[in-house]
Design a binder for this molecule. Structure first.
Ligand code: HEC
Length: 165
């Protein structure tokens, strides 16, 4: 009887255990988020947008390199995320917002049209991602990665620690 009961409870206990871990990671996540010292929500939001695209992109690079098994549905989801996030770049950077921690270079606002163009090119590359197979993904990924880099090399500081001002 006792054995039976505890067996019946096992899935619940396991679920509960996962719940705690998940809950903890949420709490930890928000503590970490709260520590991000951006001065305003717009900067926070644009960095969050960028981190979302980083996560989506790494799903695809992991699949292309074989670090992660190819999965068409996940690849398609990541592609759709990248289409949306690259579309979001322009509205997220529309206003001139700087603080002590941002990696955005202020010249992006004095070269706004060029910045927009690079955002558009990145979006085009996102649309052209081909998640049909690992092979087609591998072929279409370099243009996407180039789309990210081409803007970063012009409008993003590599790292605050290495700047000299
Ligand atoms: C049109 C310009 C542009 C494009 C395209 C772009 N980024 Fe960014 N990205 C920026 C700027 C500017 C920042 C700095 C934002 C800040 O700190 O306020 C940034 C910051 C980031 C950050 C956080 C800063 C860091 O170095 O840790 C990540 C991650 C990132 N981008 C990933 C990507 C990925 C992945 C892509 C392509 C899918 C991409 N970005 C495409 C302009 C761009």
């Amino acid at each position: 009887m006792l054995k039976h009961l505890s067996a019946a409870h096992a899935p619940f206990t396991r679920f509960f255990g996962y719940g705690i871990v998940f809950g903890l990671s949420l709490v930890l996540g928000s503590v970490l988020m709260a520590k991000v010292p951006y001065e305003n929500e717009q900067i926070e939001a644009r960095v969050a947008l960028m981190n979302t695209q980083k996560t989506a992109l790494s799903v695809l690079t992991d699949m292309a390199s074989g670090r992660r098994a190819f999965n068409k549905r996940h690849a398609r989801d990541a592609k759709n995320t990248l289409i949306e996030t690259t579309k979001g770049i322009k509205p997220h950077f529309k206003h001139i917002e700087m603080d002590a921690h941002t990696l955005a270079r202020p010249n992006l606002w004095t070269n706004w049209e060029d910045f927009e163009l690079r955002a558009k090119n990145a979006q085009r590359a996102a649309k052209r991602l081909n998640p049909r197979s690992a092979d087609t993904l591998r072929q279409s990924l370099p243009a996407m990665i180039k789309g990210c880099h081409s803007c970063h090399e012009r409008y993003k500081l590599q790292d605050r620690e290495f700047t000299t001002h």
